[in-house]
Design a binder for this molecule. Structure first.
Ligand code: KG4
Ligand code: ZN
Length: 369
């Protein structure tokens, strides 16, 4: 990594090194408390990230007994875990140039915990704050790697399929910080559908990995599924999704025949959900003609989704790159928040602490400036 040059750009009273920027990331939007310190370099054209430390405290086990995230419990847990994680990262964070915090979308009581922590930490370190959109964090996650080795470059325009527990979106990216939502879910998000189907099958929260594991078993047993579920909106002309009908179809199938094999149901559900995601993404590809495709968010960990996406893109254009996050960064983490903040920090887009606000329904779409 290049050695830092001192003193190149100024925020009132604060000097940040050009070359390498050290960013403390804070993420508390849902049920993961996360702090990370990331060194960023290369500007908007060739962003490179090196993770100095990445700490995630998952609350999944805590919420599992309720079958989903309980907001007030999550908030309390963030309050408890932030000081604990800080102890682990502070030796790296002390010389951070920027503090980055998720301000939305997410659970507002949880977001406020991160914001308060960002305010006090930024004051202590005397550093500016970047307010980060959680979904932009997921976009940036494709650039992170555990080994801190060569990272991919994104050619723009790019197209992103964002699939998480709260969102399912097709996003056109003209450049970093310039996004258009091309399509989104009308009801449940893809991850939410996985979680709900998992519940119907008596599988623990978070359900995505469990459903996926069972689906894989069923595929090994039989090449063709004997059970099929509808592919909602697959033939609609727009790029929107709907997953609640699919979940209801699973419910009705189980009510009609409670003896259905859980693995067969999981497989038929995953087949349907993935087919819709890939079909819509490919419609967007034909429409937008992107130079790079990104698939990110918790559900991007899904192996079947990755395989089907690869297959569809190969058929379309073998040279079109598809980027996925390293498995360590598919779920919520603070390294991706620090990485997304870099694109704002290089443009000196900071937020005054008194203007920070949790926005549960914050959109990734770029407002006209
Ligand atoms: O991005 P994320 O960690 O949190 C949000 O921002 O929502 O996404 C969490 C979602 C959960 O719904 C979880 O079940 C799903 O991602 N998920 C998966 C897999 N791993 C996590 N869904 C399908 N297959 C997986 N392997
Ligand atoms: Zn997320």
């Amino acid at each position: 990594m290049k050695s830092p040059k001192i003193g190149d750009f100024l925020f009132p009273g604060i000097m940040i090194q050009r070359g390498v920027m050290r960013i403390l990331g804070i993420e508390t939007s849902c049920d993961e408390t996360a702090l990370a310190v990331v060194d960023a370099d290369g500007g908007l054209r060739r962003p490179q990230f090196r993770i100095a430390v990445n700490g995630v405290a998952s609350q999944a086990k805590l919420h599992a007994k309720f079958g989903g995230v309980v907001p007030n419990l999550a908030k309390r847990e963030h309050e408890k875990m932030l000081p604990f994680l800080w102890k682990k990262v502070q030796h790296m964070a002390r010389n951070a140039d920027v503090v980055a915090v998720t301000v939305g979308p997410g659970l507002e009581p949880c977001l406020w915990q991160g914001i308060q922590f960002a305010e006090t930490t930024a004051k202590k370190l005397q550093k500016p704050i970047v307010a980060v959109n959680h979904m932009e964090g997921h976009l940036a996650s494709v650039l992170l790697s555990v080994e801190n080795d060569q990272q991919p470059t994104i050619s723009f325009p790019a197209l992103a399929l964002l699939v998480s527990g709260g969102h399912t979106e097709l996003v056109g990216m003209k450049q970093w910080r310039n996004y258009t939502i091309l399509g989104e879910t009308a009801d449940d998000a893809a991850g939410e559908a996985f979680d709900k189907v998992a519940r119907l099958l008596g599988l623990p929260y978070p359900g995505g990995p469990e459903v996926s594991r069972l689906a894989k078993e069923a595929r090994k047993r039989r090449a063709q599924s004997e059970l099929t579920f509808p592919r909602p909106m697959i033939h609609s002309r727009n790029l929107n999704f709907s997953f609640s009908g699919l979940k209801t179809a699973v419910l009705y199938a189980l009510q009609k025949n409670p003896r259905l094999d859980a693995a067969d149901v999981a497989r038929a559900f995953e087949d349907a959900a993935v087919e819709v995601l890939v079909a819509k993404a490919m419609t967007a590809v034909r429409q937008e003609k992107p130079k790079t495709i990104l698939v990110a968010g918790g559900v991007s960990a899904n192996r079947h989704l990755r395989d089907e996406m690869e297959c569809a893109v190969q058929k379309y254009d073998v040279r079109l790159p598809v980027l996925y996050p390293d498995p360590a960064f598919t779920g919520d983490n603070a390294a991706m928040i620090a990485a997304a903040a870099y694109f704002h920090a290089v443009k000196k887009k900071f937020t005054k602490p008194e203007l920070l606000k949790a926005e549960g329904r914050l959109s990734i779409e770029t407002k006209k400036r």
